[in-house]
Design a protein around this ligand. Sequence first.
Ligand code: 13P
Ligand code: SF4
Length: 357
Amino acid sequence: SDAELDARIRAAKETLGDRAVILGHFYQRDEVVQYADFVGDSFQLANAALTKPDAEAIIFCGVHFMAETADILSSEGQAVILPNLAAGCSMADMADEDSVEECWEQLEELFGSAPDSEGRAPVIPVTYMNSSAALKAFCGRNGGIVCTSSNAKTVLEWAFERGQRVLFFPDQHLGRNTAKALGVPLEQMPMWNPRKELGGNDEQTLQDSRVILWHGFCSVHKRFNVGQIEKARADFPGVNVIVHPECPMEVVDAADGAGSTDFIKKAIAAATEPTTFAIGTEINMVNRLAAENPQHTIFCLDPVICPCSTMYRIHPGYLAWVLEELVEGRVVNRITVDDSVKDNAKIALERMLAARP
Ligand code: 13P
Ligand code: SF4
């Protein structure tokens, strides 16, 4: 029962004390978030993994790419545990290493690898945090960098200083929304399409590009649309619409604000008068914000309840299990990034951490 699970988790946590730290992403359900020592967006959670070097284990209540990142950044010998190994991310799966390598080769064939007169490389690869460690390593060894939704602008500026153009993966929407906010015209943001004979990118389009977008997207955020915003504005005049930048461009353009999960949380915290907020992000987070801020009216733009199904795979039962195993001295569901990948991935992550949001 829920009460039994609660007692088991609390007892194991108490026995472990400082030996284990539990991190939770904002999209986790309340039944899990209540046990987290730290809750945050993906950037904050990457930083949190750095700040507990003495804990034996980091229990990551989030998804696979976040746990991999924690393993890359955590100290030697620390174990990162993902309570359910099936908690992946469909967007991260949309860019695999082989396809990105193939794209890179084709771009190299077209542009060569020599810098221009200002020392800028032909292309800088930028990967969204929501990607495999292998792709972060790819960026590390090719002069590239990682970004999250909270520092994407800073990171793109970093990349534009060093490169004539950017290859951005896996999320087309974050790439497009961020580049647009920096003034890059849409016609300079082609979507990568290798199949030239089937109407793929022609050379001139790629020559003229500033950001080459990958075709990935988040299945949760692509559900938001402009009609929902129009309806919210009609039903609640004066409503404040805030969305996540993984939403399509038209949605971000029609909203009053867009930013990471932490940005959304802070935008609500900054409202001094009772306000109506329509939020375009994952439902567990929106419901929690509504419960924590009863002075405001807060609802999700999408009337159909749609959680991130992979985040939802972290059930309190798995949390109880991994904690109890740890009490017995056994590490289960450990996420380890191979050393051959780790070093280069760390380079790309450290570039991001140095280019503060
Ligand atoms: P942030 O927490 O960085 O806003 O990212 C949202 C997300 O989709 C995580 O998977
Ligand atoms: Fe991946 Fe979207 Fe879920 Fe985030 S919300 S973990 S991007 S599927």
